[in-house]
Ligand binder design. Structure first.
Ligand code: 2P0
Length: 326
């Protein structure tokens, strides 16, 4: 068989209504629906050699530890159980495993590269299902813009994938990523959400909030109602953080500076900027705002001594077309 090399890119996505807990850990089926925005500016670029000498995985230039490599190779097996040996090289242009959704773009790019290299003509929905089995939130990064991850009802997860959410043309959002700490987190999302689901008395309240908050947030996006969207995003975030904190032992990713930034963003809103905050599985704070507020908000956040990335809404995952040789 002739070796084939494919390169795919994907952007990470940030949840506006959160996923934190599974109803089926092996298939990565969530216990709640979620809604996210894909970010431009940050990108994962993955090259897959389908038909190499042996299986090898490199993440950001370094050979992956056996656990991480297995997660990658297991996904390739799902595309083709009889596949040839493969080499994977994946690079992020932003910090990995720091609560910046790096696994969402990594597994979306890998799934797209694998679909192309294996020659399987898959619908975007089927691709989203397969990306999900690599990392849950990856199913939302195949699309650009806003996406809704449906829970689905089938036990095999074949209807549990992301779908696009149409945004009002006037909704011109910016996402500010304030980097409080870019080191890898001590507790993985997979373990943190498992512990939360098993031990937190606040977890049921968070799970119940998912469906109505997704519906309200999707409506707000369709109407271009930014203030409504910010309200639903902050509510979902607070419910997730409460569920995390009430776990045994507590799941806590926040740092004092994260709280100072929340204060700053709320103060800016009090003074008239259209903005709100969210956090994920890490101490880094993300602020959502309209385009005209972005620079003023970024400079307020920088006063706290943190680096800020000002990002827009990103496009879908893509296969890079190789340049024709002369
Ligand atoms: C989300 N996060 O909705 C939530 C909010 C973090 C906080 O999805 O176990 O890497 O691979 O499905 O997708 C991070 O968890 O976890 C995440 P797995 P994933 O974006």
């Amino acid at each position: 068989m002739k070796p084939m090399e494919v390169t795919a890119t994907a952007h990470p996505n940030i949840a506006l209504v959160k996923y934190w807990g599974k109803r089926d850990a092996a298939l990565k089926l969530p216990a709640m629906p979620s809604l996210a925005v894909t970010l431009d500016g940050f990108v994962t670029r993955t090259t897959l050699r389908w038909g190499a000498r042996k299986d090898r995985v490199f993440l950001d230039g370094v050979e992956a530890a056996p656990g991480a490599a297995k997660r990658v190779l297991d996904l390739l097996d799902r595309f083709d159980p009889g596949r040839p040996p493969c080499e994977v090289e994946s690079r992020n242009d932003f910090p990995t495993a720091a609560g910046l959704a790096s696994s969402s773009s990594a597994f979306a790019a890998l799934a797209l590269a694998a679909a192309t290299a294996s020659g399987r003509g898959l619908s975007l929905e089927a691709l989203s299902v397969l990306a999900r089995t690599g990392s849950g939130s990856a199913c939302r990064s195949l699309h650009g813009g806003f996406t809704l991850w449906r829970m689905g009802v089938r036990p095999d997860g074949s209807d549990c994938h992301a779908i696009p959410v149409e945004a009002h043309p006037d909704l011109d959002l910016r996402v500010l990523v304030a980097v409080v700490d870019e080191g890898p987190k001590a507790l993985s999302s997979t373990e943190g959400m498992h512990r939360t689901a098993l031990s937190s008395p606040c977890y049921p309240a968070f799970v119940e909030s998912g469906e109505p908050l997704v519906r309200c947030a999707a409506e707000a996006i369709g109407k271009g109602d930014l203030l409504g969207l910010l309200t639903f995003m902050e509510r979902s975030t607070r419910l997730m953080l409460s569920a995390m904190w009430c776990s045994e032992p507590a799941v806590r990713y926040l740092k004092p500076r994260s709280l100072a930034l929340i204060d700053e963003i709320e103060a800016a809103r009090g003074e008239g900027l259209a903005c709100g905050w969210t956090l994920d599985a890490g101490p880094n704070v993300k602020a959502l705002c309209d385009a005209p507020s972005a620079e003023a908000l970024a400079s307020r956040i920088r006063r706290h001594g943190v680096r800020v990335h000002v990002l827009g809404v990103g496009g879908p995952a893509r296969v890079e077309v190789p340049l024709a040789r002369p």
